[in-house]
Structures are given as C-alpha cells and as structure tokens.
Design a protein around this ligand. Structure first.
Ligand code: FES
Ligand code: MG
Length: 578
C-alpha cells in the first residue's frame, strides 16, 4: 500500500498550523480574501501556476482552465490558489522566448518554494512554457501535474488545410515569389488560426507537451486534447482532483523520472516528428532531474523510431486530426515495444497500464512503424552533425528537408546579422544558386542573445521566383518546429564565443553529409588558425537586464542552454519562517 502523508507533514502546515504570530498572520490574511477558516485549514494547498496572458493567444483559455482545475481541487478536499507566471508567448515576445525560458523556470521554482504550496498544476503549452515550468518543478520536486494548453482547432483557407507556422512560412514564400497577392495574404491572416490553443502542427508546443505526456508528467493522452474541446476542461478538472491525491501519496517528479522516462519521452519525440528545439530543452530538463541525457542519446533514438504522426511539417494533417485518430496514447501503443512500460506516471499507474486499451481510429494519420510517414532511410526527426564547423554538434530534422540536399557541397554566403541578410537576399542581382549554402552567425545563446528562431534562413528572392523552395542553411540559431527545410541549427560552440562558425568566409566550400553525420568547411587547419588569430567578437554584449545575466551564465546548445547556477539536481532548502 502506498504510504500516505499526515496532515502535519505537509509543507503548507509550516505556514498555517503554527501557533505563533506568523501563523496568525497567514490565517488572518487568507481570511482577508473571503475564505472561511475551514476552506483552507487542514487541506493540501494546491498552486495553479498559470501562464495566461493577453500577449499569449495560445494560452487565451487558461483563465477558464484554472477555474476547472480549482473545481477539481475543491472536490478532492484541497485548497486551490492561482498564481500567475510569465507567459512566454512565442508570437509576441522578442527577441525570443528562449531568452526567458530559464527565467520562467526560476519563477516557477521560486513561486512554489516561497509560498505554502504542497502540490501544483502547471498550466502552459506554448513552446518554452513546457520546459520552463517543468525545469522549475523538477528542481523544486514537490508533486506536480502538467496541464497542457492543447492545440488550436484545424485551420482552413480556401479549402486547403492550413497549419500554424508551417503555412505562414509557405505562403510568405509564395507571396515573395509573386504567386499569391497582397489581398490573399491579408485574407489568410484572419482565417488560419481559428481558436485559442497552441500551434496545430507539430511545432515545439505539441512536441514538448507530447514528450511531457510520454514521460508521465501529464494525465495520459492530455497533450493531444484540442484546446477548445469540451474534453479539455474535463481534463483540467481531473488534474485538480488528482493533484490532491498526489500530495497525500507524496508522488514527486523524482519518483516518476529516470533515464527510462526520458527515453520514453524520446520515443514520442521521434515518432511525432517533433521540433529540433526539443533537443535543447530535453538536455536542460534532464539535468534538472539528475538524468544524464546527450545529443547522441537522441540521435540514437531517432535512428530507431521513424516519423509516424502524419502531421505538418513532416506530414499532412493537423493535431485535431491526430486527436480524433486516437492521439498520443494510440501512437505510443504502436511503439510500445520501444517503451519502458513500467515507468510510473502522475495518475498513479504505469505508462503501460495507461496505454493498454488505447485504440487507433485512423492508420493513415497515426501510422504503424512498418508504414511510417517518412521511412528512416529517407529522413529522421533528428540528426546530429559534427565536423570542423560544429565540433560539439549541430542538429537538423532531415524528415522535413529536401532529400537532394542531404549530401551536398556548395559555396558559403555568410551573414553576421539578420538585417543585412534579409536585405542582401532580396537583391535581384545577388550571386547565388540553389547550391549556395547560406550561413547566419552570432545568433546563438550568447550572441543574439537567447538563440532566436532565425534558423529557417530566407531563400533568396531571385531563386524563389525560379521555383527554389529549399537550400542548405546553417546557423547557431534555432528554428520554429513548425518550419521545414534543410536547415542545420544549434551549431556549437556558437560564433559569438569564438566557435569555428565565426571563421567561415563567403566563398568557402561547405560539405554536408547527413548520412555520415558530418558538417565541414573545406578550409585547411593552417588557414583556420590564421583566421582565428585575426578574429574579434562582434556580438552585442549587454551591461544590465536579464540579457546580461543570460549572457554571463547560459550554457551552449548541446548542454541545454540552462544557467550554470541552476543546472543539476541539487536541492535548495525550504525557506525559514520567522
Ligand atoms: Fe504558441 Fe506556436 S506560437 S504554440
Ligand atoms: Mg514555435
């Protein structure tokens, strides 16, 4: 039988049960909010960390969902308290939400630690909110359930299925090529995104929520429920019921997570055809949980698990279709022989028990391993490349690239900043062909700072008009998971700290061999040494603000981009109450 905590063992009791002046103040001030003494005394206090914001359309429904969670908490005998946290809404935050992921992780951890919280439901979903909230929760290590915001409803434009991000990029290229008009573009603007919720493609949001689900941190299958489906508030209220039980059971992230749980997450990541961004987040999350996880672990999993979710950008459907086809549980069941079915999950059952009865209703959308969307011989969810251009690694998603570029040699055209790049690539007389390799640098964690999603470098306008839609592109930036193309990303070490990417020059030959896992510039070691002697950093360095803290403490992409003082599983003691 599971051990149950006594009321006196709950951390909230240090605030509420003590018979001194501080205890009086905590009880008095809670009653100041109109709570009766019996509504909070003797009950587990459940924090609802809410990343709702009117600057985050993906989270527009999370105020309502917090109410659903509260309903469940009350029903189960807990006391729910909602606490706002940074929304990190991917669309509006500039230069990039990645600059703030660690900030959200800190905020989540400190909100949980500094307040009388016994367990928490984390409301997030838009890209960085999932790793941010989970990193904080893993470090705090009290019972938590992740309640994913869920994908937005299917998009349609003039009878064509449109996916957030994927089709924005596609039609932007068509507009630049002159194939659609300005009026078409404006019309598209109001029709593509039909509801609250995260991107309906397999961008970073659904990648990360599916991984969290497979790792056991959400209710089973929660990541696939569309944001505005009536099943979504029902799931949220169940999170509220269950978290109260988890507090009594003392079921913490450290009881759920080990290397095998992360590997279960990797199975979901690869089978979903997930975003390259997950490669950074997973390393950071694993380190918080005390698990050793490397880029090579991920590429090894990618070499075994083909893309089976037929969803943009690797496939042709959207997350709502995926849900109707059976969702993540159905997908995981098809790959169950790759999973450690014995891993526990937040609902108190093993992942094996949770998916045992899952059914697939559409084998075209959720493919069998023997009939994948992209066979392993044609492309993978994640490739890790190394060479004299990226000694510590770079990543790409070959399943969403044009296969003809996967073995390629071409001359580089190199840019130090995105503004110059954009202007130059629109020049009709630019000396480029589709064999040219476009490079952007100083866009990494320190250089940008924050490693923005600039890595889907634009195709030169003159080539777009000739019908070119893909080229080899290299950067130390990241790329939106909703995008596609032969984009080599996360080059490490980055240019701003003197990585070899800083030494490449326009005209150098770049050699990409994805099958061999290599990315090299054909420049001699002597010549590179001479260039290094001349190299001066060009990145903008911040004197103050969060960006300054970030630049001083962030690790490189292959190490997860966490801060040096936050990474690792060390626990911080509970606050002194005096
Ligand atoms: Fe929020 Fe894509 S912009 S999930
Ligand atoms: Mg995104």
């Amino acid at each position: 039988m599971t051990k149950r905590k006594e009321l006196s063992e709950l951390r909230s009791q240090r605030w509420f049960a003590s018979d001194d002046m501080r205890g009086f103040a905590h009880r008095q001030r809670t009653q100041q909010m109109g709570m009766r003494r019996d509504e909070f005394m003797g009950r587990p206090v459940i924090g609802i960390i809410n990343t709702w914001s009117e600057m985050s359309p993906c989270h527009a429904h999370l105020r309502d969902r917090a109410e659903a969670v509260k309903r469940g908490v009350w029903q189960a005998g807990g006391y729910p308290v909602e606490m706002p946290a940074l929304s990190v809404g991917e669309v509006m935050v500039k230069p990039t939400t990645m600059l703030y992921r660690n900030f959200l992780a800190m905020e989540c951890e400190e909100l949980l630690r500094s307040h009388p919280i016994d367990g928490a439901v984390l409301l997030g979903g838009c890209d960085k909110s999932t790793p941010g909230l989970l990193m904080g929760a893993f470090s705090m290590d009290i019972p938590v359930i992740y309640c994913p915001a869920g994908p937005m409803s299917n998009g349609q434009w003039r009878g064509i299925k449109t996916g957030a991000g994927t089709h924005t990029k596609k039609y932007w290229d068509e507009l630049r090529a002159g194939n659609i008009t300005k009026d078409d573009w404006v019309d598209l603007e109001s029709r593509m995104t039909r509801s609250a919720g995260t991107c309906n493609t397999i961008g970073t949001a659904s990648t990360m929520t599916s991984i969290a689900d497979a790792m056991g941190m959400t209710l089973p299958g929660a990541s696939s429920i569309p944001a505005v489906d009536s099943g979504h508030p029902r799931m949220a209220s169940l999170c509220g019921v269950r978290i109260v039980e988890m507090v009594w059971e003392d079921l913490k992230p450290s009881d759920i997570l080990n290397k095998a749980s992360f590997e279960n997450g990797l199975v979901a990541y690869m089978a979903m055809g997930g975003s390259t961004n997950a490669a950074v987040h997973l390393i950071a999350m694993a380190r918080r949980a005390g698990v050793e996880l490397t880029l090579d672990d991920m590429s090894a999993m990618a070499a075994k698990i083909p893309v089976a979710a037929n969803v943009f950008p690797s496939g042709e459907y959207l997350m709502e279709d995926f849900y109707f086809a059976g969702g993540l549980n159905a997908l995981l069941k098809k790959f169950s022989h790759h999973l450690d079915l014995s891993r526990p999950t937040v609902n108190g059952k093993t992942i094996g028990e949770n998916i045992a009865d899952a059914e697939c209703w559409n084998d075209e959308i959720i493919r069998d391993e023997s009939n994948p969307v992209v066979p392993l011989s044609k492309g993978k969810t994640l490739e890790v490349l190394r060479g004299n251009l990226a000694p510590n690694g770079a990543v790409m998603k070959s399943s969403a690239a044009n296969p003809k570029f996967l073995k390629h040699v071409g001359p580089a055209i190199v840019f130090d900043d995105p503004a110059t790049m954009n202007k130059t690539l629109d020049n009709p007389d630019l000396d480029v062909t589709e064999d040219t390799v476009i490079i952007l640098r100083n866009a990494g964690p320190v250089g940008a700072p924050g490693m923005p999603e600039w890595g889907n470098l634009p195709i030169p306008k003159k080539l777009l008009k000739l019908g070119v839609r893909d080229m080899v592109r290299i950067s130390d930036a990241r790329m939106s998971g909703t995008h596609y193309g032969t984009c080599i990303l996360h080059v490490s070490p980055e240019a701003a700290i003197g990585g070899p990417l800083a030494l490449v020059k326009t005209g150098d030959l770049i050699e990409l061999d994805v099958a061999a896992g290599t990315i090299n510039m054909k420049v001699s070691d002597e010549e590179l040494a001479a260039r290094r002697a001349e190299w001066k950093p060009t990145a903008r360095i911040y004197e103050r603000s969060f960006a300054a803290l970030y630049q001083q403490h962030v690790s490189q992409a292959d190490q997860g981009c966490d801060f040096d003082f936050l990474s690792g599983p060390a626990k911080v003691p509970d606050p002194v109450i005096f």
